[in-house]
Write a protein that binds this ligand. Structure first.
Ligand SMILES: NC(=O)c1ccc[n+]([C@@H]2O[C@H](COP(=O)([O-])OP(=O)(O)OC[C@H]3O[C@@H](n4cnc5c(N)ncnc54)[C@H](OP(=O)(O)O)[C@@H]3O)[C@@H](O)[C@H]2O)c1
Length: 296
């Protein structure tokens, strides 16, 4: 491990989602525990999926990300079958606003009626009275954005949602939504290699909004594997110095980047799960962080 100095950046282990739900910043994204290809249908190894989810919680994960579209529905059912009744410290985030009738047919449906139907179906599948974090999966170009956000605000007023999040949004959409209702999180693609959404991330940091990157290991949503687990260059060099893998350095870098980043790396493998969670204990030096400004 590298030497600690007085200039070590501080890396808080937890974040207060929406100001009142304390979560460990290294969570778990459950999307891959679905039928393949296309994240469609029930996960083939149902019992293996249950074991993996239980192991995640055992290792300290208390934030799990899912969506109605994963399965659709089966991913939420798997989570409930593995973990319900939930420990009181566990927060489950799901998403609505996408129709997925076939593995290769996925389309936004952000109508207020569909968001209400989806939220109520997720409540049933997850076996909860209130969803900790309900995210609009993606804006629907055929529905005024304010109508979709307004529908989520209504569900929150009715007590069905604790906090509201957005996914795959622009900075303008985030600002528009915040005029309607408090937004607790944004889930957009972001990694050490793909920093396209850095403007939204910075805005979220300034406004104490959680930023939940997907693709944190640069994975393709429909293909297996994580390119950042096989990186070379400076990621490899720093990984060797810490005696850890490059995917772990890529995750540690995100935790150092901003205190409001919550990680949800997905995996179907317990050894990968353990490896990813261990990234939370890696302390990077200021020199290492500076050298990762550009990854080779
Ligand atoms: N909002 C959105 O539009 C959106 C889009 C995509 C994903 N998501 C969410 O974000 C979560 C994370 O997505 P993601 O794109 O980061 O990843 P992901 O889609 O869950 O998949 C990660 C991939 O990386 C591999 N992997 C993970 N850890 C590894 C390790 N330590 N070593 C080698 N390979 C490893 C996994 O393979 P193994 O199974 O072999 O480990 C898997 O193929 C998803 O589960 C989902 O909850 C949201």
């Amino acid at each position: 491990m590298s030497n600690m100095t007085s200039q070590q950046p501080s890396v808080p282990p937890t974040f207060e989602l929406g100001g009142d739900v304390i979560i460990n910043r290294l969570g778990y994204g459950a999307m891959r525990l679905t039928g393949q290809p296309g994240n469609f249908g029930p996960y083939a190894d149902w019992e293996g999926g249950q074991n993996l989810l239980r192991r995640a919680v055992e290792l300290g994960v208390n934030f799990i990300d899912t969506a109605e579209a994963y399965g659709p529905g089966f991913n939420e059912e798997l989570i409930a079958s593995a973990l319900h009744p939930y420990p009181s410290h566990l927060a489950i985030a799901t998403k609505g606003g996408i129709d997925k009738p076939a593995p290769d047919n996925i389309r936004a449906n952000g109508s207020p009626e569909n968001l209400r139907r989806g939220c109520e179906a997720s409540l049933q599948r997850l076996k909860v009275d209130r969803i900790d974090l309900y995210q609009l999966h993606r804006p629907d170009p055929n529905v005024p954005f304010a109508e979709s956000v307004g529908a989520l605000a209504e569900l929150q007023r009715e007590g069905k949602i604790r906090h509201i999040g957005l996914s795959n949004v622009t900075l303008n959409q985030l600002e528009e939504a915040r005029k309607i209702v408090a937004i607790a999180s944004v889930q957009n693609r972001f990694s050490i290699r793909d920093r396209t959404h850095v403007d939204i991330l910075n805005y979220c940091t300034q406004n104490a909004i959680a930023f939940i990157p997907y693709g944190s290991l640069d994975a393709h949503p429909l293909k297996r594997g994580a390119p950042l687990a096989d990186a070379g260059g400076n990621l490899r060099e720093i990984g060797d110095r810490h005696n850890v893998k490059t995917n772990q350095i890529a995750l540690a870098w995100l935790l150092h980047y901003a205190p409001n980043i919550i990680l949800i790396p997905g995996t179907t493998t317990i050894s990968h799960l353990e490896e990813n969670i261990a990234a939370a204990s890696i302390q990077l030096t200021p020199d290492e962080i500076a050298s990762l400004e550009v990854v080779s």
